[in-house]
Design a protein. Sequence first.
Length: 264
Amino acid sequence: MERWRAQLAFLGAYMSTNLQMALEYRASFVSQIVGMFINDGLWLVFWALYFTRFPVVRGWERADVLILWAVLTLGYGLLTGFFGNALRLSELILQGQLDYYLVLPKDVLLHSLLGRMYFTAWGDALFGLIVFLLFGQPTPLRFVLFLTVAVIVGVILVAFFVLAHSLTFFIGSSQLVAQQLTNAMIHFSTYPGSIFQGAVKIILYTLIPAGFINTIPVALLRVFDWRLLAELTLVALALVVAARWLFYAGLRRYESGNLLNLQG
């Protein structure tokens, strides 16, 4: 119990410090948030125009896409906002920047992910929150469910990013591969899940688990189901466990490589 309290205190202190550092450059911080907010808004305009012409797409209506984007952008924004290095973990590995975290007493993966705040992500988070408040028919219970689902989605995304970037430990300079996997995960998560069929649908529930993001959150906010919430939570936990296992398996290779270099 004490260990978990210490971890939470560490997490809170790091987040507070990163936020204070970001606010030292307020003009840049605000401009990046506004820029991302506008970018997300343009995508939503596209979908609004699309559903004006095609009111229903395989059972999805405009309100469903609004919910999907609200959940995805809030979850992505919150988690990558704080755990910004999840998007550049392969760079840290290749440049030997993990050495800094190896000598510190805290969890290496957690500390390395917290090492950088991703400013533009806060524009995503703000966008998702506003979209839900305006179009998500918010009630107190529905808002709590929305926040819960968004955080779980954010955990799924960050865990997958860690998995993708941890491949660098095993296949060398794989920044491009990691970036492509990351982009694919985000890209497929933004589309209605019902439009994917056959082999693509299988991939989206296995290799690139975007299928859990572009279907379950919307279904939960249509009609709440404990089983669906449990399924989404279990997927997030499984990905977290897999990400930690792969990262630390790779970290042993990284440490061994450094020791060999030192001996040489």
